[in-house]
Design a protein around this ligand. Structure first.
Ligand code: C6P
Length: 416
């Protein structure tokens, strides 16, 4: 279990310098200092990432893997260098196992279409959980429609934790795929992914982990987790939008057919037959998001430089402090109180619709997300139309939690 431990915010090495790396945070919104508490939707970028992208466009841009000229070679080196950085960051065995995608959503769809669609038979089962983001529900529903497979859903308890015994019981003779999030975006729950993968492996079931909310907050080691697939997005881990990663175990990826055809993913084409390229290029048809990958490589270097242990402690501590401070507001209820939880708080306030709360918070300079967080089944499970969610990044401070709580108290006074 990757449960972060509490630590003082000041424990982050040179926290003021970290905060100063994010130029966007220097602004005011509605006359108040911006408190950006929406990093689970998309984190901000440090200047190191912005500069890496700008430098690439200024000096090195050309298409990759295609030219013998100097710029193309430089671009290829930078793009493949980013792949190697990602490999090291998640401790994959080989850079062949790192497929660049547009994000988590595309990565899960890739597995659904190239693996599940091509191997599942009518009556086979795919097991997900009640706390999944739509990205880890809809692609599986689509595969079920395409193959006649059946979707099973493991329940969660009132704290927002996966009911482990029920999950294990649902792993049956027909289960072929078990897909689950590492950290819930709506509840903050950290799932015991090592245990889940071990159970699935014993039964020969393929595992797919949605790691969108984990990479920015905790150390992820795909070999220690022992999953088959692991998906994540650059923009939630201080990198660019439009770039993400599918990690897949090499044996699995080798056996899968490509899911999109075009340039880059071939070795030879004639009208009779096409010979597909080797991993990872087999799954990267067309000109890739070169600048995005380079920006992601810079984000990985930035996180490594700070250290994931300290980042994890910081995210956990902000979640703990925010929970404590918010619970002192009369009529406020936290949604998601898992024992293992990090980096965000979801809540509702009696008599105040989350959307109104979000609007009033914005007038205090506080950016939070309100709504169903693309996890409608979670809202249904708790009988709610929506929640307000404050989510934290490495740049957030205790003072911003105070600003959030003042905004919530104001909303309660005006509307409650
Ligand atoms: N969650 C949020 O505000 P993409 O859009 O592909 O980068 O990530 C999708 C996704 C998948 N899984 C989880 C657990 C996620 O949190 C997200 C994105 C954002 O919570 C936007 S809906």
């Amino acid at each position: 279990m990757n449960q972060p431990q509490a630590a003082s915010i000041k424990d982050l090495p040179d926290f003021a310098a970290i905060r100063a790396d994010f130029p966007i945070l220097e602004q005011q919104v509605h006359g108040c200092p911006l408190a950006y508490l929406d990093s689970a939707a998309s984190a901000q970028r440090p200047r190191q990432v912005i500069d890496a992208i700008a430098d690439y466009y200024r000096h090195d841009h050309a298409n990759v893997h295609r030219g013998v000229h100097t710029l193309s070679q430089r671009a290829t080196e930078a793009y493949e260098g980013a792949r190697e950085s990602v490999r090291r960051f998640i401790n994959a065995a080989s850079s062949k196992e790192i497929i660049f995608t547009r994000g988590t959503t595309e990565a899960i769809n890739l597995v659904a279409q190239a693996f599940a669609r091509t191997t599942l038979k009518p009556g086979d089962e795919i097991l997900i959980t009640w706390m999944e983001h739509h990205s880890n529900i809809v692609p599986w529903q689509m595969v079920c429609e395409q193959t006649g497979a059946v979707l099973r859903v493991a329940p969660i308890n009132d704290r927002g934790e996966l009911e482990l015994d029920a999950w294990k019981k649902l792993l049956g003779k027909k289960t072929r795929v078990a897909a689950f999030g590492h950290i819930s975006n709506a509840l903050g729950t950290i799932n015991p992914v090592h245990e889940l993968c071990a159970e699935a492996r014993r039964r020969g079931i393929a595992t797919v982990i949605d790691g969108a909310q984990a990479l920015p907050h905790i150390d992820v080691d795909v070999r220690s987790i022992d999953c088959d697939f692991y998906a994540f997005s650059g923009h939630k881990m201080y990198g660019p939008t439009g770039i993400g990663v599918l990690y897949g175990r090499e044996e699995m990826l080798q056996d899968m057919p490509p899911w999109q055809g075009g340039g880059e993913m071939i070795l030879a084409v004639d009208f009779e037959k096409t010979v597909y390229n080797e991993l990872p290029h087999k799954f990267e048809a067309g000109t890739p998001n070169i600048a995005g990958a380079i920006g992601l490589g810079a984000a990985v270097a930035y996180l490594e430089n700070i250290g994931m242990e300290q980042i994890a402690a910081h995210g956990y501590e902000l979640m703990r402090l925010a929970s404590e401070a918010l619970l002192a507001v009369p009529g406020l209820r936290l949604i998601g109180t898992a024992e293992h939880k990090t980096a965000l708080v979801s809540f509702v306030v009696d008599g105040v619709h989350p959307h109104d709360l979000g609007t009033i918070a914005d007038h205090h300079g506080v950016a939070i997300r309100t709504g169903h967080h693309c996890a409608m089944p979670v809202m249904q499970r708790f009988g709610l139309p929506a929640t307000a969610r404050a989510s934290f990044g490495i740049y957030n401070t205790e003072a911003e939690i105070d600003q959030l709580v003042a905004a919530v108290r104001d909303a309660k006074e005006v509307l409650g």
